[in-house]
Design a binder for this molecule. Structure first.
Ligand SMILES: [Zn+2]
Length: 431
């Protein structure tokens, strides 16, 4: 089936940040076949035509780090730094069942799609395939898996290794060929995993040809713990154990010294920057300009609704820019194109998925969002990019398309009944 979108202002999100004021996009199945000025659209008969009524079209937003399963616990703890927070939430998260996980994932996927997020990297402790199952049903793309930990270092809950690996292998068998689903093998962190487990996880990931996802260098206490145990900082520790390469995705990377930055840049690893979570948990401000100057791919992540408490990449874009400027007193840091890149193509690159998603270009997946943006002076590239970073939000998202299929339009999901899902979850916990 082919479909053509016309009468739209497109921010392509490609390497040059090209904008096309009066654009047309021809979609064939799940992919973009042609994109350019409407006047140059090659003639052809399309099965469906969509008039975007002058709205803005941009690539679907990419959330490089979240924990969908914790979606039930928004607002459980809004006070305290990372250590205090971890203590408060431990009784909640260590008793989560697979069904709780599924309910949380449903809430998270609904919220993310509404907010224009079309791809997310999800992390859980049990049920490595739950997020992907929920996401593909509602119509979202995912990189999913479970973060393993060593039971002697993390006492709460049952051990999850090699369970996480078994779950991931089963998920690969079931959904490995689904274009919406990709998987990774995960480790919780350098402080919650022994060196032996980290090496085992990396070996399993390599055997399966999958990425490794891990939290790293999130806060100062972690640096001290790893330094004390292993005589080096977390990034050097991971590097020495062989975990850093272009298939690694590291969440946070707030506390980096020059040696850490050099190791990350050499390795090709991607970083998920979670500015709001890091600020809320008093973890610090990641050296994003330094990372990006060295060519380290940096994507944006929301983290969970426990530490944020919303799954909103528009907010992360704005926050990422404002935090760098406020802390450095340098107003030139994080231009609009930088924030937009992190929210789209660079996030996709950090996840190893930029061959298919992150920008609107011929041959790539048709993952896009249509926004109701207007500017009193008219839309130009500068105004649109500025609005997307500083003024836009979920309230402007009118239409969400994933792999060429409309999954959300004018406030309604097309594949599922949102009211039914929310009612079911409400009844489950309130009865
Ligand atoms: Zn996390």
């Amino acid at each position: 089936m082919t479909r053509v979108l016309t009468n739209c202002f497109v921010y392509t999100g490609d390497a040059t940040h090209r904008c096309i004021p009066d654009a047309a996009i021809r979609i064939d199945g799940g992919h973009i076949r042609w994109i350019g000025p409407r006047g140059a659209l090659p003639t052809g008969v399309d099965d469906e035509a969509m008039d975007c009524q002058g709205r803005v079209v941009m690539p679907g937003l990419v959330n490089t780090h979240t924990h969908g399963g914790l979606g039930l616990h928004r607002g459980v703890c809004d006070v305290g730094d990372f250590q205090a927070w971890a203590k408060v939430l431990s009784p909640h998260t260590s008793t989560l069942t697979i069904q709780d996980n599924r309910h949380g994932c449903e809430l998270a996927v609904l919220e993310m799609l509404r907010n224009g997020i079309t791809t997310a990297c999800d992390c859980t402790r049990y049920g490595a395939d739950v997020f992907s199952e929920v996401a593909r049903t509602i119509g979202m793309r995912s990189l999913s898996g479970a973060l393993a930990n060593s039971p002697n270092l993390r006492s709460a809950g049952r051990p999850n290794w090699p369970l996480a690996l078994e779950e991931t292998k089963r998920a690969l068998e079931r959904r490995g060929s689904d274009p919406l689903c990709r998987f990774y093998v995960g480790a919780h962190s350098p402080y919650n995993c022994t060196p032996e487990l980290l090496v085992e996880i990396k070996r399993a990931a390599d055997d399966l040809g999958l990425p490794v996802v891990i939290h790293a260098a999130e806060n100062r206490a972690e640096i001290e713990i790893v330094q004390q145990r292993h005589g080096c900082r977390p990034i050097a520790h991971l590097d020495r154990l062989g975990l850093l390469d272009s298939r690694a995705l590291l969440a946070h990377c707030v506390w980096l010294d020059d040696d850490d930055l050099a190791r990350l840049a050499r390795s090709g690893a991607g970083v998920s920057h979670n500015p709001i979570s890091n600020a809320k948990l008093a973890a610090g401000i990641a050296p994003v300009p330094a990372m990006r100057r060295l060519g380290i791919p940096v994507g944006l992540g929301t983290d969970s609704t426990l530490s944020n408490n919303s799954l909103n990449i528009f907010q992360e874009m704005k926050f990422a820019a404002l935090m760098q400027r406020a802390s450095s007193l340098d107003g030139s840091l994080i231009e609009n194109r930088d924030a937009l890149a992190m929210a789209t193509l660079e996030g996709a690159r950090a996840m190893g998925w930029d061959d298919e998603i992150g920008s609107l270009e011929a041959g790539k997946a048709a993952d896009l969002i249509v926004l109701d943006l207007d500017h009193p002076l008219g839309l130009t590239a500068e105004r649109v990019m500025s609005d997307l970073v500083y003024a836009a939000g979920p309230q402007h998202v009118r239409h969400v398309m994933v792999a060429g299929e409309t999954v959300f339009a004018d406030g309604r999901f097309t594949r599922v009944d949102e009211g039914e899902i929310l009612g079911r979850i409400r009844r489950h916990y309130r009865s």
